[in-house]
Write a new protein. Structure first.
Length: 418
């Protein structure tokens, strides 16, 4: 006992405990945890051998990390979409098995030995390539995001779907390996009147879109690999067109033909679809570039805060069809105040960017928003700004700022503050 009645030893222990508490935001004291003290099955028995999984799959404890669809969105699963679980991912690369799928006539199951790519139209020599032929051209590796123009389309008139998988998950980002489209067009030889290219898919939807020649010879790829391995059937095996930064619909899968022409073809997907009806009754057309956009992936409705007050990692993704993302700001109070987030990992043109804001959460409710800026100086708009410019009829190209309402209990909800 000291002179003022305080036990010095107790005070010391309290001090240690307090010091512990400061740290305890992120870890607990190394005492009494059964996960450490008890012998686990995996300590005692031999595990599966190297022959058990010739093609590996994730741990069964990760079985909730899957693509999901929204049954009421479409009439059939063949002409439908599922969504990338972006709330469960980190970094910038989407694992192949989790890339969202958008098909108009289901997955074409193609035997590569019987697949051909034809180039015809305004070329000197119409050509047909086998897959083996394509393997003899110089190739490139590039990381690009693909976003469906309809991503976030359900959110145009207000908050709808409760989770970023559904609001922002028509998005993936992988490394493609392929031959430059310009290389193949040069092989065929362009006629002087050539101005447009029409890629065509081999699936039952015969997907076709008009691509201006300028873009075709700039950075488009005819790709056969994603993240090092062959394209997945869902993503266009054995061949797909990569149209960096432009709407996903133009990235024709199961690519079987490239027609060269002197004007756009006015296909279904560039007339009745993938156009935006404005307030004045006119329609925006040929809106190819995917605008600068971002979303906080954690915490979010499907990824609530799993801890109490103290250190919290806010994480999200940002991307732009104009090039690199140069800056992402995060607000925790619905857009009143903004802080610059930390972009971590590669910052590549027309690829996803990963950002973080590490905060000390006081346990009160938050209104989380993120706002990206790209190298063209374009800033992600609020949804009100978007609607003022484009009216209420749109579906496509919604790059408005998303808000998640984080409650004190850590749960989260999709709301709109514009
Ligand atoms: N290509 C073909 N041949 N058939 C299709 O249905 N869907 C398009 C595009 N290319 C489609 C296609 C649409 S709308 C999008 S958003 C992307 O493919 C989706 O690519 P993913 O399935 O790899 O995510
Ligand atoms: Co699409």
């Amino acid at each position: 006992m000291s002179e003022n009645g305080i036990d010095r030893r107790k005070l010391l222990t309290a001090g240690v405990a307090l010091g512990g508490a400061a740290l305890a935001g992120r870890a607990s004291a190394a005492e009494g945890d059964p996960a450490i003290l008890e012998v686990k099955p995996w300590n005692q028995y031999l595990g599966p051998g190297v022959e058990a999984a010739p093609y590996g799959v994730p741990s069964p404890y990760e079985s909730h990390v899957v693509r999901r669809d929204v049954a009421w969105l479409t009439a059939s699963t063949e002409s439908s979409v599922n969504f990338t679980p972006i709330h469960e991912l980190d970094g910038i690369i989407t694992p192949n098995g989790l890339c969202f799928e958008r098909h108009h006539a289901g997955v074409a199951e193609i035997d590569p030995a019987e697949h051909r790519l034809m180039i015809n139209g305004l070329v000197e020599t119409p050509l047909v390539f086998t897959m083996a032929d394509l393997m003899r051209f110089p190739r490139e590796n590039r990381i690009y995001f693909l976003e469906c123009a309809a991503n976030s389309g359900m959110e145009w008139r207000g908050a709808q779907l409760n989770g970023c998988q559904y609001t922002h998950g028509m998005l993936h980002c992988v490394m493609y390996t392929g031959v430059k489209l310009s290389t193949l067009l040069e092989e065929a030889g362009l006629r002087s009147s050539a101005a447009w290219v029409l890629p065509e898919g081999a699936d039952a939807s015969l997907m076709t879109r008009s691509v201006p020649l300028e873009k075709a010879v700039d950075d488009c790829l005819v790709a056969f690999r994603m993240n090092g391995e062959a394209l997945r059937p869902e993503q266009g095996y054995p061949l797909r067109l990569v149209v960096p930064g432009w709407e996903g619909n133009m990235w024709v899968k199961w690519l079987r033909r490239l027609e060269v022409g002197d004007k756009p073809w006015q296909q279904r997907e560039e007339t009745s679809k993938y156009t935006d009806l404005l307030a004045n009754g006119k329609a925006r057309r040929f809106t190819w570039v995917m605008d600068v956009k971002s979303v906080i992936t954690s915490p979010s409705p499907q990824k609530p805060v799993g801890h109490g007050p103290g250190p919290m990692v806010i994480s999200g993704i940002a991307w732009s069809g104009n090039g690199r993302v140069t800056r992402v700001d995060v607000s925790i109070d619905g857009g009143r105040n903004w802080r610059s987030a930390r972009i971590d990992g590669p910052s590549l043109s027309k690829a996803l960017h990963r950002f973080y804001l590490d905060i000390d959460w006081d346990g009160s409710e938050l209104f989380l928003q993120s706002r990206a800026m790209d190298e063209a100086g374009v800033v992600q708009p609020t949804k009100d700004v978007l609607r003022a410019a484009r009216g209420d009829n749109s579906i496509y190209h919604n790059n408005g700022i998303q808000t998640w309402h984080i409650k004190s209990d850590g749960s989260a909800e999709n709301v709109e503050i514009s």
